[in-house]
Design a protein around this ligand. Structure first.
Ligand code: GLU
Length: 281
C-alpha cells in the first residue's frame, strides 16, 4: 500500500508555528515516500471549534503552499474531510456489540475527585485514571440502540503492557490501567470522542502513517486498543517534538504571537514563515 498521511487540525484557534511545523514534517515524510496527504478538519468539539478558524487554517495552509490530495466526494476537489459531517455510529455499534465499551454516568468532576493519578510516565496528555465506578463485570454487553444520552467508555485491559515503535522516538511502552485508564469514546452530548473519531477516520481514509505532536503519545496507546477491538490494522506513528516559546512554554493557540496569521500580518512572506517553521525547535 502506498504512503498516505494526514493533516488533522482542530479549528479551535489560528494555526500556529508548532502545528505548521508538524504538518510540514508530515508533508516531507509523505513526499519522501512518494505518498499523499489528506486534510481532515477535526471539529467535533462544538464548544471549542469555530468555522472562522476552520477557514483561516485552510487559508493559512494554502498561503504556506501545503498540498493535500483529495477530499470527500462533496465540496469540490481538495475540499477537506470534516468530522462534524461524518457518521461514527457504526463504529460505536461495533464496540458495543463486542462488549468493549460501557455506558458511564460519571461527571468529569467525579473522575477528578477520585484522585487516581496516572503513572508519572504517562506524559503530557495524561488525564486522571477513571476509578471504574460504572465499569460492569467483564463480558457484559451493554444493551442500547444508540449511544445518545450517556457517556461511553472503553474498558482497558488492566496490567497489559502495550508497545509500538515510534518513527522518531523508537520503542514506546505503556501499561493499561496504570498509565491511562478507561477512556471516553462517546460523549454525553452525543458526540464521538476524539479517540474513536480519529481511529475510525484514519482507518476509513487508509492512513498508513500518523504524524502528530508528542502531546498525543499516550493517546496512541488508547488508539491501539481501539484498532485491535475493531479489527483494523493500525498505521505507523511518528510523534514530533513540541515547540516552546522563549519562556519554555509549549506553544498554544491562545498564544497568538506565533500564529501564522500574525506573522503574515506583520509582513513576513510565506517563505520567511516556512523557514521559521522548518528551523524552529
Ligand atoms: N486534531 C488534533 C489537534 O489538532 C490532532 C489529532 C491527531 O493528529 O490525531 O491537536
Amino acid at each position: 500500500m502506498s504512503y498516505r498521511g494526514r493533516l488533522a487540525p482542530s479549528p479551535t484557534g489560528y494555526l500556529h508555528l508548532g502545528h505548521a511545523r508538524t504538518f510540514w514534517i508530515a508533508q516531507e515524510r509523505a513526499r519522501a515516500r512518494g505518498g499523499e496527504l489528506v486534510l481532515r478538519i477535526e471539529d467535533l468539539d462544538r464548544d471549542r471549534c469555530r468555522s472562522e478558524f476552520c477557514d483561516a487554517i485552510i487559508e493559512d495552509l494554502r498561503w504556506l503552499e501545503f498540498n493535500w490530495c483529495e477530499g470527500p466526494d462533496v465540496g469540490g476537489p481538495h475540499a477537506p474531510y470534516v468530522q462534524s459531517q461524518r457518521d461514527y455510529s457504526s463504529v460505536w455499534e461495533r464496540l458495543r456489540a463486542g462488549g468493549w465499551i460501557y455506558p458511564c454516568t460519571c461527571s468529569r468532576r467525579d473522575v477528578r475527585n477520585a484522585l487516581v493519578a496516572p503513572h508519572e510516565h504517562a506524559g503530557v496528555d495524561a488525564e486522571p485514571i477513571y476509578p471504574g465506578t460504572c465499569r460492569p463485570p467483564a463480558g457484559k454487553i451493554a444493551d442500547a440502540n444508540s449511544p445518545a444520552g450517556v457517556s461511553w467508555r472503553f474498558r482497558v485491559p488492566d496490567g497489559e503492557t502495550l508497545g509500538f515503535c515510534d518513527g522518531r522516538l523508537g520503542e514506546q511502552k505503556a501499561v493499561a490501567g496504570r498509565d491511562f485508564g478507561d477512556f471516553l469514546v462517546w460523549r454525553k452530548d452525543d458526540i464521538p470522542a476524539y479517540q474513536l473519531a480519529v481511529v475510525a477516520d484514519d482507518a476509513a481514509m487508509q492512513i498508513t502513517e500518523v504524524v502528530r505532536g508528542e502531546d498525543l503519545l499516550v493517546s496512541t496507546f488508547r488508539q491501539l486498543l481501539l484498532y485491535r477491538a475493531l479489527g483494523f490494522e493500525s498505521p505507523a506513528f511518528y510523534h514530533c517534538e513540541l515547540l516552546t516559546d522563549e519562556n519554555g512554554q509549549r506553544l498554544a493557540k491562545r498564544n497568538d504571537a506565533l500564529s501564522v496569521r500574525t506573522l503574515c500580518q506583520r509582513g513576513l512572506s510565506p517563505q520567511a514563515v516556512a523557514n521559521m517553521m522548518q528551523t524552529a525547535v
